[in-house]
Unconditional design. Structure first.
Length: 313
């Protein structure tokens, strides 16, 4: 999509009125802008045992941005979804081979999800046009869901009277116990928190050294089920938990900052954080294993050594 002026989003299928929109058309539609945290469904899977063979994400596949776009549902209403539509399919411009099939990247939403889950067609990120790697010129964004449904480089929206059976929908992004299991679809992000690791690392082992005294532990927490109601911090490997202070400013679908004042004393400590969301879910101590390594939200642990004298000092 080198030439944004030439880009068109086309919509059609199943009885409705075909729709063609240029980037200027989309930008002229009613605008909304808000912060959304987007997490990849496979975030953290590289730390699982047994290991999954897919992309080895550690803890980094997560971010928050201020997205600008227009709500999707009014456009679908304008086009007129006939009552026999069961899936709305979103097609990206990128093509490749996965699961033995040549395909465009495609995902679908049911009409009820397209109406109720607040999907947007976004064309801006942090006050600028979408960067190429995040879907320029336009992507779908489904706030609160793992990233796979937010189709980048969007080129087509198709209403279908058949259930969509594409690879990314019917095969990938499902909670499966074995390859033959049809599984349940991955949808909303489960409750999760991360800690900014305090102190300094050893380059090769990643062991961390923290100076004794007052340390402000801080991090982020988020959930696709709503807002975060509680973050707890442990400085003794989960034997005891203390309430962290949670930022009052809450934007639905954006992560929240937390902090906890710790008086660090000499020796080895395992720090940990865990969040609870407005649906009442708390992060588990152990991961509920699934074949794809999706939606890992195990309590985040950070081992540190408190010493005034790191090696060589
Ligand atoms: N067209 C297209 N859209 C896509 C993908 C893709 O490969 N092609 N990957 C999806 C997945 S799996 C995720 S997690 C998010 C990542 O979005 P980001 O690159 O903006 O972080 O994009 C989604 N949308
Ligand atoms: Mo992903």
């Amino acid at each position: 999509h080198g030439d944004p002026a030439a880009w068109r989003l086309s919509g059609g299928g199943a009885g409705g009125r075909p729709l063609t929109l240029s980037l200027d058309d989309l930008r002229a539609l009613p605008r909304v802008a808000f912060a959304v945290t987007l997490e990849w469904a496979g975030n953290w899977r590289a730390l699982l045992e047994p290991d999954d063979e897919s992309q080895p994400w550690l803890l980094e596949a997560i971010g928050t941005g201020e997205w600008t776009g227009t709500p999707l549902w009014p456009l679908l209403e304008e086009a007129g979804l006939s009552p026999d539509v069961v899936d709305v399919v979103f097609t990206g411009a990128d093509r490749g081979v996965e699961g033995g099939d040549e395909q465009h990247y495609q995902r679908s939403l049911t009409p009820a999800q397209a109406r109720d889950e607040g999907p947007l067609l976004v064309h801006g990120l942090n006050g600028a046009p979408l960067p190429p790697q995040h879907g320029f010129p336009v992507r779908l964004l489904v706030p609160g869901w793992y990233g796979m449904t937010s189709v980048k480089w969007l080129s087509r929206i198709t209403a279908s009277t058949e259930p969509f059976g594409g690879y990314q929908q019917a095969s990938a992004y499902r909670f499966k116990s074995d390859p033959d299991d049809a599984g349940e679809p991955v949808t909303r992000m489960v409750v999760r928190s991360l800690m900014v690791p305090p102190g300094i690392p050893d380059f090769f082992t990643r062991a961390r050294y923290v100076a004794p005294g007052d340390v402000m532990l801080t991090g982020r927490a988020w959930s696709g089920a709503g807002t975060i109601t509680r973050v707890e911090v442990s400085t003794d490997d989960g034997a005891s938990w203390n309430a962290a202070e949670l930022d009052a400013a809450v934007v639905d679908h954006a992560w929240q900052t937390w902090r906890f004042a710790w008086n660090a004393t000499d020796g080895d400590h395992v720090l940990a954080c865990r969040a609870t969301d407005s649906a009442g879910e708390t992060q588990p101590d152990d991961h509920r294993w699934n074949l794809g390594g999706y939606a890992v939200n195990t309590v985040h642990r950070v081992p540190v050594t408190v010493t005034a004298h790191p090696p060589g000092d």
